[in-house]
Design a protein around this ligand. Structure first.
Ligand code: PEP
Length: 251
């Protein structure tokens, strides 16, 4: 299974800069991208075309969308449909990112609808889960992950292709804060996610990638990627510069 190295650019970068950074990233990775790594760039919607053009033809690089509404089309002002992401060249999309859960108010049921609808539309889905600091301190790590995974995967077929689904474990307290979960915390949470997936999907559950996210940097990526059940990373801040994200991808 290839490790999935994903760059979430959130609400950063206009088209010109996005295209230039993506082209720089593709150039830095040309010929040196390890065989066992797959790279995903997830820019804002307005930069999808520019980034898609910049990485077109670059082996191992793919495009993703940060969000969509779970309907084929319709009167949903301000929203975007999965088919529009596919039309813009996306293969992947995120669902359940903590910023959407906690700033935009998306609940578990909506996240589950997005995962199911995205898969049915032909996107590969990355379901993000993770606990808040007070939940971890209150001993609720396992119950929070179980709740988010149960709802997020509620309508996913038992025979889902493992290539079409990934889970990103992102402790909320480590996103954009500079705090990284320690190796034991990461190993423990990823083991909980893996056990859930095997229970839910049988042998397929051991082939579904589990990414870690939360202040991943060039200096800690190698160690994180060496932890059991860490099958890739989802990177925010440190993915905004081609140099630092290329260093993470090749760590
Ligand atoms: C993220 O956006 O998913 C993320 C983990 O951000 P950061 O790397 O900045 O913590």
């Amino acid at each position: 299974m290839k490790k999935l190295m994903a760059a979430n650019w959130k609400m950063y970068k206009l088209r010109e800069e996005a295209g230039a950074v993506a082209a720089d990233l593709a150039a830095r990775l040309a010929g040196v991208l390890p065989e066992d790594r797959e790279v995903l760039v997830i820019p804002p919607f307005t930069a999808l075309e520019a980034v898609g053009q910049a990485i077109a033809g670059a082996p191992g690089l793919a495009l993703g969308g940060q969000n969509f509404y779970p309907s084929a089309q319709g009167a949903f002002t301000g929203e975007i449909a999965p088919e529009m992401l596919l039309d813009a060249g996306c293969r992947y999309a995120l669902a359940g990112h903590s910023e959407r859960r906690h700033i935009l108010g998306e609940d578990d049921a909506m996240v589950g609808r997005k995962v199911a609808f995205g898969l049915a539309s032909g996107l590969s889905m990355i379901l993000c889960v993770g606990e808040k600091v007070e939940e971890r301190q209150g001993g609720q790590l396992e119950s929070v992950l179980a709740r988010q995974l149960t709802a997020g995967l509620a309508e996913v077929a038992a025979d889902v292709s493992p290539a079409a689904l990934a889970i990103a474990y992102e402790p909320v307290w480590a996103i954009g804060t500079g705090l990284t979960a320690g190796p034991e915390e990461v190993a423990g949470a990823h083991a909980v996610v893996r056990a859930f997936l095997v229970d839910r999907f049988g042998p397929t559950g051991s082939k579904i990638r589990i990414l870690y996210g939360g202040s991943v940097k060039p200096g800690n990526a190698g160690q994180l990627l060496g932890i059991d059940n860490v099958d890739g990373v989802l990177v925010g801040g440190a993915s905004l510069l081609a140099e630092s994200f290329a260093a993470i991808v090749t760590a």
